[in-house]
Structures are given as C-alpha cells and as structure tokens.
Design a protein around this ligand. Structure first.
Ligand SMILES: [Zn+2]
Ligand SMILES: [Zn+2]
Length: 57
C-alpha cells in the first residue's frame, strides 16, 4: 500500500511481521473528491514493524 489514495472502504491491510490487521472503515474524504488535492503523499506510507502494510488477499 502506498497511502490513503489506494485505501478503499472495507479493505484489510496486514503486517506480515506481527500479523496486525487494519480495516478501512472510512475513506480519505479529500481523495474522494480529488486525489490531486490530497497532501498526504508527502507523509509516506503506513507501516508497522518497519515495513509497509500489505493489502490482504
Ligand atoms: Zn487522501
Ligand atoms: Zn507489525
């Protein structure tokens, strides 16, 4: 996963190192209107245990 632009409602992201799972219960409202307006890009990825969370298959 990169950032909130790719995170859609109901998706579950997992940390392969510790098995933590995060579910998207609400999408980014800024991206919903216009992803180009979202400033989150600069803040990088969501990570756990030093690695980016991955979308659960
Ligand atoms: Zn966003
Ligand atoms: Zn972890």
């Amino acid at each position: 996963m990169s950032n909130c632009h790719d995170m859609k409602l109901g998706q579950v992201y997992v940390c392969e190192a510790c098995s933590l799972e995060l579910e998207v219960v609400k999408e980014c409202e800024v991206c919903e209107k216009d992803a180009a307006d979202c400033e989150c890009v600069e803040h990088g990825t969501f990570s756990c245990c030093g690695e980016p969370l991955k979308l659960k298959a």
